[in-house]
Design a protein around this ligand. Structure first.
Ligand code: GLA
Length: 726
């Protein structure tokens, strides 16, 4: 619900559980008044303090009043160079050489549908819009602040549009998507950080004076930091306390910074990373920044996550068959790497089909000259040496087995040893006079250029049209360096990284439009581009190249703070694990992968009859419970980083009639203590039958706990299926 109070000059947004308010100060500055638990009272301007404080300058409109300073007052969208010394949201390079921005309110509009953003991912389908317009009169620049909301999910999206209304060319050097000023006292910041093979580990710390910043200048959102952060009360835990989540729907360079200032205000600024960013705006031109999405929850971290999961599943992910189960897949990467032929692939597929697996995914190595990772990228034609007759000959054989077909591509990349590079060396990013650095011995194509995108897409389209393809895995196996485009003049080189991301989005959109039935899985060396931007185009993303069942529990745990289970690609692989050498029971690997977009990635021909029987059981379990696993409300029961005896999580059906509890133990322990696992989210008034046997009260399971069996061995796992008894 959006309310404008003309007299008080306040804008108030109410969602189911939260209230957000801003106010136009008599100077025209748009102040941020309140964001938090839902409040009845509507004029909250009394929360803002006016005090004369040394070294905090006053704007001209304040006259002799020294109590109003941009340096102290909470704002909706912070400016720079004119009196606020804290984190700026916008920076303009004006024709006269000044780097300033000064914004005043100039109007608003409300719409019944949520806004859209041209060429950019955004929450969609219903919602409401508030646009608050600001202007920098001296610069001739308009800044429209967009707010989109879904009351039910406590979701408020934000986006910014900058328009050059003046007569000269200006450059935008910084344009955050979100600025949020809150009282800092008692707040923690949680970030999700890591590396290749160990993505999105939560790190939580109180806000200290100064700035804490995470981000990426790698051209992708990165394995190292995720464009999702949380501000929460010190005492907030899974079930209690106020939490603010902030996600950026963007897959390139980003920055999320929080400053705790001298008077204990916190400012969160999130958007495209300002490193080497500048966008030239000719007179009349405008710039749309990527969308940010806030969820504020009074119900702890778990409550916040569940709201994100619901909103992302229903209003971000575009799934042509949302209520249909995704096929269980087998991927040949860890089974064969580059060394396969048609017979080998079909032998895996044959085993897979017999075990209930439904989709065969052909990974890297099927195209051009590609027997290792040193050549071939850019030549997206089937290598008929490995696959005689091409996909046209392979897919009918799969169809005979009852399996559909999926294929791996890495469209943004080029090998120097490729026909594409030999024909168009200038299509790869490189700075004149410098040798570009290689990553996995490959270079990055300049996707900011239309002709490059068109050429690559034409090749992809031909391959995907040559056979019935049901799934595409879109990979990206290095980060961007040597970012310079032969197609842009020097003063526009600061646009290249963003244009690259827009280019990737454009090709993905074409792929979706031309092949609406294809399920696209995103990937970037596993989880190096796991963000809300990609989820708009690729309903699932390969969560990590680390397929070890135990480490995966940590990665999927960290990922779950924002992203839903159905979006996390997760496969059972062979042991000893290829990445860390650990030997985990097959049952545990299956339970871990089932809480994700489920599949297998091992040579099924090498499995024993017992292993095959277990795999058949797993595919059956997944098929039986997929709705609960993917669409149930997700509860983290333990923190796998806390080194407790086990990791446990739970999915509960929205009507609370059914739940699935999964638990994976750590290392073996002699004479372990008796343990009770306290469940969550059940109906205390109902009784539940557990695994078809004993019946327990919902209240007993939540408040007393479920008595865990005493088991021997490392990393054992169990699943409890709960059904309400009439
Ligand atoms: C990346 C992906 C893997 C696999 C390889 C193929 O590392 O994350 O899953 O597809 O590329 O080269």
């Amino acid at each position: 619900m959006i309310r404008y109070d003309e007299q008080a000059q306040t804008f108030t947004i109410h969602t189911k559980n939260t209230t957000y308010q801003m106010a136009v100060h008599p100077t025209g500055v748009l102040q941020h008044v309140y964001y938090g638990r839902r409040l009845r009272g509507c004029d909250l301007r009394g929360l803002i303090r006016y005090v004369d404080r040394g070294f905090s300058p006053n704007p001209d409109e304040a006259g002799l009043d020294r109590t109003f300073s941009l340096d102290m007052t909470p704002q909706e969208y912070s400016t720079c160079g004119v009196g606020d010394f804290r984190l700026p949201s916008i920076e303009l390079a004006l024709p006269n050489g000044s780097h300033t921005a000064d914004l005043r309110y100039c109007g608003y509009a409300v719409a019944e549908e949520k806004y859209t953003l041209p060429g950019l991912p955004a929450f969609h389908g219903g919602g409401e819009t508030l646009v608050v317009s600001l202007e920098d009169r001296a610069a001739g620049v308009g800044v429209d602040l967009y707010y989109g909301l879904w009351e039910e999910y406590d979701l408020i999206t934000r986006a910014v549009r900058v328009i050059n209304r003046g007569g000269g060319e200006i450059r935008l050097c910084r344009c955050a998507s979100l600025c949020l000023d809150l009282p800092a006292a008692g707040l923690d910041l949680v970030t999700f950080d890591g590396r290749h093979l160990a993505e999105r580990a939560p790190h939580r710390a109180p806000l200290l004076p100064g700035v804490r910043s995470v981000g990426s200048v790698r051209g992708a959102s990165s394995h190292q930091h995720n464009p999702f952060v949380i501000l929460c009360e010190h005492g907030a835990d899974e079930d209690h306390g106020l939490c603010y989540g902030a996600m950026l729907l963007y897959s390139g360079n980003f920055e999320a910074s929080v400053e705790r200032d001298q008077y204990d205000n916190a400012r969160l600024v999130m958007g495209i990373h300002p490193y080497h960013f500048s966008w030239t705006l000719a007179p009349g031109a405008c710039f749309n920044g990527p969308e940010a999405a806030l969820v504020c929850s009074p119900d702890g971290l778990g409550g916040m996550s569940r709201q994100y999961h619901r909103a992302i599943r229903r209003h971000l992910i575009r799934d042509s068959r949302p209520n249909t189960r995704k096929p269980v897949l087998v991927n040949n990467w860890e089974a064969t790497y580059f060394h396969f032929d048609k017979d080998k692939l079909l032998s895996i597929a044959r085993e897979a089909a017999a075990l209930g697996i439904e989709l065969f995914v052909l990974d890297d190595g099927w195209f051009g000259k590609r027997d290792d990772d040193n050549s071939g990228l850019g030549d997206w034609q089937v290598n008929t040496g490995k696959l005689p007759g091409g996909l046209e000959a392979l897919t009918p054989e799969l169809e005979k087995l009852g399996m559909s077909f999926g294929i791996w591509v890495e469209p943004e990349m080029v090998s120097e040893d490729s026909d594409l590079y030999r024909a168009h060396p200038d299509w790869a990013f490189q700075v004149p006079g410098r040798k570009p650095s290689r990553g996995r011995n490959q270079l990055v194509l300049d996707f900011s250029r239309q002709e490059v995108r068109d050429h690559v897409y034409a090749q992809l389209k031909a391959v995907l049209s040559s056979a019935p393809v049901a799934y595409v895995k879109w990979d990206m196996n290095r980060n961007l360096t040597d970012v310079w485009s032969a197609a842009l003049p020097p003063h526009r080189q600061g646009e290249v990284s963003h244009r690259y991301v827009l280019g990737v989005y454009e090709v993905l959109e074409r792929l979706r439009t031309d092949f609406p039935h294809i399920l696209i899985e995103g990937c970037c060396g596993g989880g190096g581009r796991f963000d809300g931007g990609m989820l708009y185009y690729t309903p699932q993303i390969w969560c990590s190249d680390n397929t070890d069942g135990v480490e995966r529990l940590r990665i999927q745990y960290g990922t779950s703070f924002c992203y839903p289970v159905c979006s996390m690609g997760a496969h059972v692989s062979a042991v000893p694990n290829e990445q860390n050498g650990r030997i985990t029971p097959l049952a545990t690997r299956g339970i871990a992968a089932m809480s994700g977009a489920f599949g297998y990635e091992l040579d099924l021909c090498q499995c024993t009859p017992e292993e095959k029987a277990e795999i058949r059981r797993q595919t059956e379990t997944y098929k039986r419970h997929w709705k609960l696993l993917h669409h149930g409300d997700y509860y983290r029961l333990t923190d796998p980083f806390a080194d407790g005896p086990y990791t446990a999580w739970e999915q509960v059906s929205p009507d609370k009639r059914e739940a699935l509890v999964s638990l994976a133990a750590g290392g073996a322990q002699a004479a372990p203590p008796f343990r009770l696992l306290k469940l969550k989210g059940l109906d205390p008034a109902r009784s539940y039958r557990v695994n078809g046997g004993a019946v327990y009260g919902g209240d007993a399971l939540m408040y007393a706990g479920y008595p865990l069996p005493l088991m021997l061995g490392d990393y054992w796992a169990l699943q409890l299926h709960l059904e309400a008894v009439e």
